[in-house]
Design a binder for this molecule. Sequence first.
Ligand SMILES: *Cc1c(COP(=O)(O)O)cnc(C)c1O
Length: 823
Amino acid sequence: MRYSIEKVTTLIGARRIGEADANIGWLLTDSRSLCFPEETLFFALRSERNDGHKYICELYRRGVRNFVVSRVPDGLENYPGANFLKVVDTLEALQRLAERHRDEFGIPVVGITGSNGKTMVKEWLYQLLSPSMVVTRSPKSYNSQIGVPLSVWLLNEQTQVALFEAGISRPGEMQALRDIIQPTIGVLTSLGAAHQENFRSMEEKCEEKIALFHDARVVVYDSDDETVSRCLRKSGYAGEKIGWSRQSPNAAFYVSRVDTEGTTSTIHYMYKGAEGCYRLPFIDDASLGCSFACACVALHLGLTADELGQRMAALEPVAMRLEVKEGRHGCTLINDSYNSDFNSLDIALDFMNRRPDHNGRKRTLILSDIYQSGERPEELYAKVGELAAKRGVERFIGIGADISAQAGAITVADKHFFADVDGFVGSPVFRSLRDEVILIKGSRAFGFDRITELLEQKVHETILEVNLNALVANLNFYRSFMRPETKIVCMVKADAYGAGAVEVAKTLQDHRADYLAVAVADEGVTLRKNGITTSIMIMNPEMTAFKTMFDYDLEPEVYSFRLMDALIRAAEKEGITNYPVHIKLDTGMHRLGFDPRKDIDEVINRLKHQNAIIPRSVFSHFVGSDSDEFDSFSAQQFALFDEGSRKLQAAFDHKILRHMDNSAGIEHFPERQLDMCRLGLGLYGIDSRDNRILSNVSTLKTTILQLRNVPKEETVGYSRKGRLTRDSVIAAIPIGYADGLNRHLGCGHCHCLVNGQKAPYVGNICMDVAMIDVTGIDCHEGDSVEIFGDHLPVTVLSDALQTIPYEVLTSVSSRVKKVYFQD
Ligand SMILES: *Cc1c(COP(=O)(O)O)cnc(C)c1O
């Protein structure tokens, strides 16, 4: 659906500056995601940390002509042909536009909220309804104040039913989302602890969520939850209530019995007096609850009990991970197991496009048929082709009958089509995949797992999974202590504390870290060769690597006169002037650095008498910001630094950034954040002040290779160290001290997790293998084993080793394959 710019102006009540005609099809709030400039309307949103107005000039250069702003840019003559729609609040304007768009549709709209399970309910409803109706839904979990309007904008003439998620984190937000979604059917999935910090009570949070349903005709909820039932009564909601219950036969949807067999549940229910039954290929409580909510909505929308039964039995797990893995022959695989539809394709292509790549490797898309779009194939695949071309796809591989029939619509020159996965993997095209970044995206029915499996590099069954969303959540957690203008250095030394510097740096660059820091020049070179353009600091510059630093734009730390003089000589030899460096002061660590009292005059003197290097920043490091015990020492360190760094600044006209806080310092001494902070361990999810896990980033996993019964009188492993106290079941796992599993964890000093249960290490840990005791644990060969991560904090291992989590994380060997994912 397209809106003329005049219409948009009226709908959002803006003052228009500019007269060019335009039709708007795309709304943009993040300049990095631009795709169709001519039809894009950019909303210059302001947040605490950023201001969209900053990107107008760049977007204009890239072809965008339509902007919603709260401030019209200076020099309007530089923007011929542009329209600026001036409003007081650009976020409100975005929401208003979505609201007006929503008004055009008299169809059932399902608004889904709750603490957990929103996305699962939305995706399952999609699977249940889409065989018989055209469904528009929020992509992934777009459920915020910005995500909801962007989702609602996706409604189009074909849509017959819409599914939107609404997520809130603080009081007062739901009102805006209600006006935009205007649900006719409301679903409250479950009430849990998420975001409780911003609400006084569970009741208050529940009332806020229920505000979404105020004008809905039907509300679907768990009537066994007393808080929900009470809040709903108190809210004055007057429409129909469809409660599900496992206790009360009077509920609209009464679950009379649930039988479990293996991995399948059979649910017997009574819906409005009629008996029914369905099988669900899941047995956990969360899945059951979501299936009840889905059944209520589907039955209300007219699905027959038979249709419900058939489709429930075929429900697929909701996997929303987008994974990045190393593949064979120099390929990187981006595997998006999320359902294949146009909107999620757009998001995945945007992800690929935004990750820089070295040597400009070719970008390849492997795509299956897209089901249930409601559009004619000619139109759909023409859109897909255009999108792929705009998002930089250079090689297009289509798999499926529909997409093959529309081969002509794909404009990417290097294109290939196959009827099915077999045809593709047996073809020369498959064998020719080399040095490419490959996005693999297919409807589940096509079995694209096989392609991924064949392309994956299988070296070892032990992997480190790195959660990029968690990394960003931690970054934002620490940013919340900082003033918006304070800069941030993200420490990616030691291969990003073991998480893999290249992919971590790509994500940090995308999230606008001001600086990255590594220990040695070679680490910096690797980042540059992989497309990282963010400023990079070298903490331990080697005298032999100055030339490399100049060549790759790496900024060294300078901590001694010897280093400074050598650096100046090297720069002068290359004819370099004003090369940025970072001056380190020693305020108490007594490791590296200039003495802020004794040395500072001489530092200034030497810097003043040359122009090869220039101090870009000055910094020092706390010895004990992670413990209150050292607070007075920290204060003393800070006073010394303050004095020395002020003196340095006073000697120069240009601004010299001052920084001292590390992760613990940011949290403990936000008043000492100065111009910049250096974030290390916290980024990787560990709060060094109390060893608490923030958002867990890295999970080290392996699998059971072999199981055996070992009688009590036998021993396990080298030197017969593994003595048994009972007849035992012993599992061998392919991880040893050469992978970074510290040998001191052996002989029962620590455990790993097998199917959620603790399995202690038995006997000495070997180089490549370890043995664990799984007696009494229900497990099989091939089952997954967690060494540390989401369910077993890395601090359990570091405590057992009487060391710090830094050491355990950075010990993970480079031979352990890493898999990056994003929800
Ligand atoms: C590693 C390092 C940091 C980061 O410390 P964390 O405790 O991991 O936050 C900060 N500054 C310097 C100089 C470092 O070497």
